[in-house]
Write a new protein. Sequence first.
Length: 202
Amino acid sequence: MFPKRQLAVIQTRFTLNRSLQTYLSHARTTKMTLAPDAETLSSRYLWIERRDEKISISYKLTPSMTLGSKVREKDLRRRLKDRLHRWSPQKILDAGEVVTAYWPTANLERAKSAILYVDQMLDAFRKERIIPKIVEEVLGIGASERRRWIKDGRLPTSGTGQFKKGKTVFQFHLHRADDIARLIAHPEIIAEWRAADGETAD
């Protein structure tokens, strides 16, 4: 039997796997024609529409981007809204999973710039290395397990980060998002590691 903490994480894995497939589909270029012979807006991540003389661009926060982390989701939502605000939309609607910004069609260039800017931000966000707090959250593991699996080479790392507290500098390992996503999609790997640790302790 899995600990309750691990069971809660496993229950979200099925949703994540489905979201990964959906993400790959939606990550394709989405296009919207404003009018005959007019410029077409496109995005690798955003859903773009024109309705009632307004341009709207929407982004759905998915587990494939957040890795199922509440911390990462909150950070992405903040960054997304901050980027959109810089291009002076009429309004920004945050409806839970979906964030949408609106411009009048007269402000086509602003909407175009916002789309490009947000696409670049999302590209960078996908590639950002993952900090220990998020690794523990999405894998449902403890700090001691994370450190042990890093030390013996089971948990891949990708460089280090650091923070300063007083005069002391603390260093920590970072991880590639793809490596963590693979472990999320295959919870049996974590179960095998724990089983092996139990046999060693015995």
